[in-house]
Design a binder for this molecule. Structure first.
Ligand SMILES: C=CC1=C(C)c2cc3[nH]c(cc4nc(cc5[nH]c(cc1n2)c(C)c5CCC(=O)O)C(CCC(=O)O)=C4C)c(C)c3C=C
Ligand SMILES: [Fe+2]
Ligand SMILES: [Fe+2]
Length: 339
């Protein structure tokens, strides 16, 4: 069987104009795995409330980070794809879960190259229903509708793979050289707490308390919170970070439901108030820099820190198309191809 790979990331609007942002947010937020409430309530919330105001504000934020070549997330994902393609012998496609670079087009391009078996590669280190799961479900739906003979496999969450932790830790170390930060904050994209309970395959383990994510359980294969806390723990171990010099928080909450805590903006505020003058922040839920890292963290986060009296605020870039990350993903793809 001829094999190929489809890298899949989240997606971005076609442009930072409010009409394109509205179209993109409409598709994204109407996904039942992102806003997981019944269809009628979701439509009312998204089309009746969120899309009336958010596109203008989001478009203004996108304008601040947009590159000449396009959305950073898309441009970086394309660079990653091109570099991986140079290292592996099978076709490597790229698609986005939302927006114009659809998974359907990505699968079609691979099929046109004669591919009969596709390795779906969600570009997320941690599993979440709003990211990995929605990609896999969408790809299966498309296969059943348009490509009935195509075989699909997928790469599981890679948050705890030793070689990934090594590449991430080395990148953090490199970007912190000579920085002397007092605190390193690991900020992950948040999700509503309800998502964690829904993904708990044991239906009883996840209590979102101090101990559940540290107590071994089958639930952890699909527990976003456990997987984020593990990345922090493993990197801290590798870099020998001292107790109290690092912590974990969750960013980008939307709406009024409780999301995973502590929240990043409040944590930055607290650190500044406590007298921390020099902090750094890393965002390991994202493999590519995007709106949430370039604007929410590097711009807004920095502003909060300075307002609270902080001085140096270092934002560590995502792994993007760094050579070590390219080598890592290419190795995994080659291993799969040879199996
Ligand atoms: C209920 C809403 C949302 C959930 C749940 C959610 C989960 C989630 N998202 C990412 C990664 C990204 N999200 C990005 C932008 C973004 N996310 C939401 C909402 C939810 N995300 C919104 C409304 C937006 C758009 C921007 C805004 O209006 O604030 C991005 C950036 C995209 C870009 O174009 O740069 C990424 C990446 C993860 C990993 C995740 C769950 C783990
Ligand atoms: Fe998001
Ligand atoms: Fe847990």
């Amino acid at each position: 069987m001829k094999r190929g790979v489809l890298l899949v990331n989240l997606g971005s609007p076609d442009s930072p104009e409010p009409k394109d942002v509205k179209k993109y947010l409409g598709e994204f937020l109407m996904d039942e795995r992102v806003i997981d409430i019944p269809y009628a309530a979701r439509a009312l919330l998204v089309r009746g409330i969120i899309l009336k105001t958010r596109p203008k504000a989001s478009a203004a934020a996108y304008k601040k980070i947009w590159w000449e070549e396009g959305s950073p997330l898309i441009v970086i994902s394309e660079r990653l794809q091109n570099k991986i393609q140079k290292q592996v012998d099978i076709p490597v496609g790229l698609a986005m879960r939302y927006g114009s670079m659809t998974i359907e087009k990505g699968l079609q391009e691979l099929v046109d190259k004669g591919v009969e078996e596709v390795l779906l590669f969600p570009l997320y280190p941690q599993f979440a229903m709003a990211t990995t799961e929605t990609i896999l479900v969408k790809a299966e739906e498309l296969r059943d509708m348009h490509f009935p003979n195509l075989k699909l496999e997928s790469v599981p969450a890679f948050y705890n793979k030793a070689d990934y932790i090594e590449v991430l830790s080395n990148s953090i170390k490199l970007h912190l050289e000579g920085k002397n930060q007092e605190h390193l904050l690991f900020s992950y994209h948040g999700v509503p707490e309800r998502h964690i309970r829904k993904s708990d395959i044991t239906k009883s383990h996840c209590k979102i308390d101090r101990s559940c994510c540290a107590t071994p359980s089958k639930a952890h294969e699909f527990c976003y919170r456990h997987q984020c806390l593990e990345v922090t723990r493993l990197v801290a171990e590798k870099l020998q970070l001292g107790e109290g010099t690092y912590s974990t928080s969750f960013q980008s909450r939307l709406g009024f439901d409780p999301w995973l805590q502590p929240y990043t903006d409040r944590t930055i505020e607290r650190l500044g108030k406590e007298g921390v003058k020099n902090m750094a922040i890393v965002t390991p839920a994202f493999v590519s820099d995007c709106l949430e890292t370039l604007e929410e963290i590097a711009m807004e986060g920095q502003e909060i820190f300075h307002e609270m009296g902080g001085n140096d605020f270092t934002t560590i870039p995502c792994l993007n198309d760094d050579d070590d990350f390219v080598n890592l993903l290419s190795n995994w793809i080659t291993q799969w191809h040879k199996k």
